[in-house]
Design a binder for this molecule. Structure first.
Ligand code: PFF
Length: 456
C-alpha cells in the first residue's frame, strides 16, 4: 500500500480488482448460491438472479465505488461528507448493523468450513458414501460444542488479521489464491460432469421453467445478488475509498461482477450433477455443499488431497469476505467514534461471537435452540433473511435514490471519468437511466410482490 492523502490505497489496478473480488467471492458462491438455486427450482431462479446482477447489482456497485472514492471515508463518514446533516447517513448506520447481522451466521458457516478442512486433513471422508456424508454433516452442525469452538477460531483468525491491518498481506493472498480456487472448482466440475446422470443436474441448473418461480424466489434472487456482490451496506463504499485515483471504476465493477458470477456458476456445475447422480434432494438447504463435495472427491485419484485443497481455498475465500464485512464497523468505529482500530476489532469480534452462537445453536429444528422461532424462522435463518432480503435491498434502494435524485450529474461524470481522462459520457448516461428509474422500480416491485401487495 502507498500513502496517498494520508489514507491507504490499494497498490495498483490489479490489487483493486483482486481485493474487491476477494470481498465478493466467498461462501455466497460456494455455499449459498447452489443451495438457494436448489431450493428455488433451478434455471428460472438463475435467470432472475442474472437480471438482478445486471439491472440492480452493477449500478449499485458503481454507486458505492463513487461514494467511497470521492470521499475517501468509511460508509457513515462518506455519506455525511457527501450530504452533510441529512438522513442519508442512515444508509451507513444500517450498513454497520447489516455487517454484524451477516457475520452472526456467516461466521457459523465459515466455522463448518474450517472444521471440514480439519476433518479432510484427518481423512474422515475417505471412501465416504452418501449416507455417511449426510450423517457427518448432521453431526457437525448438531455439535453443540465443536461448531461453537470452530466459530470462535474463525473470529480469532479474522480479528487478528484485521487488527494487524495487514492489507498488503491480504492483497497478496487474494492475488495468488483466488486463481487457485478457480482451477480447483474446474477440477470439481470435470469430475461432476463425468458422473453418471450428470446431464439431469445440468438440466436442472439451466432449464428455465417459470412455473417454478414464486414471489419468495424472486426476493431470494434479489437478496442473493446483494449478498454476493457485497452491496447495500457500505462494504463497496469502504473498499472504493481505498481505490487508486486512476482506477476505471466502470471496468472494475463489470469485471468483478462477471468473475464473481462465473465462480458461482462453476460451483453450481460441480454440485448439481453430483446431487442428481447420487439421487440427493436439490432443495436440501444449507447442507448441500457439505454433503456433495466430499462425494465428488471420494473416488478419484488424489481425491483426499484435492478435498483438503478445496476446503482450504474455500476457507480462504470465506475469510477474505469476512475481512471486508468486519471492515465496515471497524472503519466506522475507528474513524468516527474515536475507538482504536484494535479495540474496535476486538469489540466487534466479541459481539459477533456472543450473538453468533445463537445462530450456530439453531441451524436445525432439532438443534439446542432450534425450537425458538420468529415468523417460523430460527435465529440462523432469521439473521440471513433480515440481512439479505431486507436490509441490503433497502440499503440499495436508498443508495439508488440518493445517487439518482440528490447528487449532481456533473460530479458523477467527473469522478467516474477520472476527471475527463476516460471517455465516459455515454456510459454515465446509461448509468443514470438505470439508477434513477430501472433499479429503484425493480426493487420496489420485488418488495411489494414479496409482501403480497402486488401480485403477478
Ligand atoms: N459477498 C460475500 C459472499 O458472497 O460470500 C459475502 C459478503 C461479504 C456480503 C461482504 C456482504 C459483504 F459486505
Amino acid at each position: 500500500m502507498e500513502k496517498i492523502k494520508n489514507r491507504e490505497t490499494f497498490s495498483s489496478g490489479l490489487a483493486v480488482f483482486f481485493a474487491t473480488l476477494g470481498s465478493a467471492v466467498g461462501l455466497g458462491n460456494i455455499w449459498k448460491f447452489p443451495y438457494l438455486t436448489g431450493q428455488n427450482g433451478g434455471g428460472a431462479f438463475l435467470l432472475v438472479y442474472f437480471l438482478c446482477i445486471l439491472f440492480v447489482g452493477l449500478p449499485i456497485m458503481l454507486s458505492e465505488f463513487y461514494i467511497g472514492r470521492k470521499t475517501r471515508k468509511n460508509a457513515v463518514g462518506a455519506l455525511e461528507q457527501l450530504k452533510p446533516k441529512t438522513a442519508w447517513k442512515s444508509i451507513g448506520i444500517m450498513g454497520v448493523a447489516a455487517a454484524y447481522i451477516i457475520m452472526f451466521f456467516y461466521s457459523c458457516v465459515a466455522g463448518w468450513v474450517y472444521y471440514y478442512l480439519f476433518k479432510a486433513v484427518k481423512g474422515d471422508f475417505v471412501g465416504v458414501t452418501m449416507e455417511a456424508a449426510k450423517a457427518q454433516f448432521g453431526a457437525v452442525i448438531m455439535g453443540p460444542v465443536s461448531p461453537i469452538i470452530w466459530q470462535v477460531v474463525v473470529l480469532v483468525v479474522v480479528s487478528t488479521i484485521l487488527a494487524m491491518g495487514v492489507k498488503q498481506g491480504i492483497e497478496k493472498i487474494t492475488k495468488t489464491l483466488m486463481p487457485l480456487l478457480f482451477v480447483l472448482i474446474i477440477i470439481c466440475d470435470i469430475r461432476a460432469l463425468t458422473l453418471p446422470g450428470a446431464a439431469e443436474g445440468m438440466n436442472f441448473l439451466f432449464h428455465v421453467d417459470f412455473g417454478q418461480l414464486s414471489a419468495t424466489a424472486v426476493l431470494a434472487a434479489l437478496g442473493l445478488a446483494f449478498f454476493k456482490l457485497s452491496l447495500g451496506m457500505g462494504t463497496m463504499m469502504t473498499y472504493g475509498s481505498y481505490f487508486t485515483e486512476d482506477n476505471n471504476m466502470f471496468s472494475t465493477a463489470v469485471k468483478v461482477a462477471l468473475s464473481d458470477t462465473l465462480v458461482s456458476m462453476l460451483a453450481g456445475i460441480a454440485i448439481f450433477p453430483t446431487v442428481f447422480s447420487f439421487g440427493m434432494e436439490p432443495g436440501a438447504g444449507p447442507g448441500l455443499l457439505f454433503m456433495t463435495i466430499p462425494l465428488v472427491f471420494s473416488q478419484i485419484p488424489f481425491g483426499s488431497v484435492l478435498l483438503v485443497a478445496f476446503f482450504f481455498l474455500t476457507a480462504i475465500a470465506a475469510t477474505t469476505a469476512m475481512l471486508s464485512l468486519v471492515e465496515v464497523p471497524v472503519a466506522y468505529l475507528s474513524e468516527e467514534r474515536g475507538i482504536s482500530r484494535k479495540n474496535a476489532t476486538v469489540l466487534s469480534a466479541v459481539l459477533i461471537a456472543i450473538v453468533g452462537v445463537l445462530a450456530t445453536l439453531s441451524v436445525d429444528k432439532a438443534s439446542l435452540l432450534g425450537h425458538i422461532t420468529f415468523f417460523g424462522m430460527g435465529f440462523f435463518d432469521l439473521f440471513d433473511y433480515i440481512s439479505s432480503n431486507i436490509l441490503l435491498p433497502i440499503g440499495g434502494l436508498l443508495i439508488a435514490l440518493m445517487m439518482g435524485y440528490s447528487i449532481k450529474h456533473e460530479e458523477v461524470v467527473a469522478e467516474l471519468s477520472n476527471h475527463g481522462k476516460l471517455k465516459m459520457a455515454k456510459l454515465v448516461n446509461v448509468y443514470f437511466i438505470l439508477i434513477r428509474y430501472v433499479t429503484p422500480l425493480l426493487l420496489i416491485v420485488v418488495f411489494l410482490n414479496s409482501i403480497g401487495i402486488l401480485k403477478f
